[in-house]
Design a protein around this ligand. Structure first.
Ligand code: FNR
Length: 349
């Protein structure tokens, strides 16, 4: 059942993939600079995550594993990550924690990307021991814990009891030998959630907002009767989350302190990566778009895409006059449209 679900998630993510959907990134505009005053060769797009230097500020975010087909996809995603020098996260290892025969469909990531920065992924339902096992399985450099209440609730077989998740996350963090990133799955970690996570010992989050892969839409399409179709589009965008967590005016609480913020959800182009970085993300995750390139055009096309994104980002940094990430985060931005309205309502500078 669980293997079948993994295959269906990939099939439907691809079938429903739609890059024309509004995810908030289009509301963020840079002011053009005719005299940026630097050379492309001067630009460094590197970042530092979990105590390690990344040469690329974007990564292949959590997707899959747990079935024969998704094991093959993991192998290809990992090959591409290794070739292009980007980090990669596995999909939820929960299935293999229940059924050890599925472990090779995750282990393949480390086999194909021996040098890459790899993140293992578990749910808050994992025990600290299971989380450590997931990290060991992939020789992972970091651990992601995904929170997916909206997805669970629309799945007939999903969890119904979310009491204790923050305490469970705190226990995993306390027992983990590697840095932990708590992430949403496309509905957006809001300011209140990030604040609560920090209070529970979490030091890194991926806000993973709406606008790209939509698990309510995916779960609805898995069934003949899609009761919750009207919930499609639920949640906050990555841009809204970044603004709310990092850009509140001092009189409205200021930025949430003590947490490294990553962003994902609806990232379609290197310009979206640039926008998220400029809003304070330390790195940017991409799932649906890279899966789409792999499934529709193959492994070589995905490698070419990743390499091209790295090059394009250097160009874009130069375009806005930013020598590095710190300079980019000083760039002048205009926030318009529905995101501008959100910012006004939430007391954002
Ligand atoms: C996901 N995502 C995901 N996230 C997670 O933490 N654990 C998981 O197992 C999965 N599984 C999964 C399968 C597939 C097929 C996709 C496309 C995505 C969610 C993913 O990491 C990300 O948070 C969202 O997809 C939003 O990013 P994009 O797809 O809009 O770039």
């Amino acid at each position: 059942m669980s293997s079948e679900r993994k295959d269906e998630h990939v099939r439907l993510a691809e079938e429903l993939h739609d890059e024309s959907r509004r995810g908030g990134f289009d509301d963020v505009r840079f002011l053009h600079r005719s005299f940026p005053g630097l050379a492309v060769a001067d630009v460094s797009t590197g970042t530092r995550i979990a105590g390690r230097d990344w040469t690329a500020p974007f990564y292949i975010n959590a997707m899959t594993g747990g079935s024969e087909r998704t094991g093959r996809l993991n192998a290809q995603l990992a090959r591409a990550a290794a070739e292009a020098g980007v980090a990669i996260a596995s999909g939820s290892v929960s299935a293999a924690l229940r059924e050890p025969a599925l472990e090779p469909t995750f282990r393949v990531i480390r086999e194909q990307a021996p040098e890459a920065f790899v993140l293992a992924n578990v749910s808050p339902e994992a025990t600290p021991e299971q989380a450590r096992h997931a990290v060991a399985l992939l020789s992972a450099d970091a651990l992601q814990i995904h929170v997916n209440v909206a997805q669970e609730l629309v799945m007939p077989e999903g969890d119904r009891d979310f009491t204790g998740w923050l305490d469970r996350i705190a226990a995993i963090v306390a027992a983990s030998d590697v840095p932990v990133v708590v992430k949403e799955v496309g509905f957006g970690l809001g300011r209140e959630a990030v604040t609560a996570l920090v209070e529970h010992g979490v030091t890194a989050v991926d806000v993973s907002g709406r606008g790209g892969t939509d698990f309510i839409a995916i779960e609805n399409h898995r069934r003949l009767r899609s009761e919750y179709g009207y919930l499609t589009g639920w949640g906050q965008t990555a841009v809204e989350c970044l603004l709310d967590v990092l850009h509140r005016a001092p009189e409205h609480g200021g930025p949430v302190e003590g947490v490294t913020v990553l962003a994902s959800g609806g990232v379609r182009t290197p310009l979206d990566v640039l926008r998220a970085l400029a809003l304070g993300a330390r790195a940017v995750g991409v799932s649906g778009h890279f899966l789409h390139v792999l499934v529709s055009s193959g492994l070589e096309a995905l490698i070419a895409e990743l390499v091209s994104w790295r090059q394009q980002l250097r160009t874009l940094f130069a375009l806005v006059g930013a020598r590095d990430l710190a300079a980019l985060q000083e760039a002048d931005l205009l926030v318009t449209g529905p995101t501008g309205e959100f910012a006004r309502l939430r007391g954002i500078d």
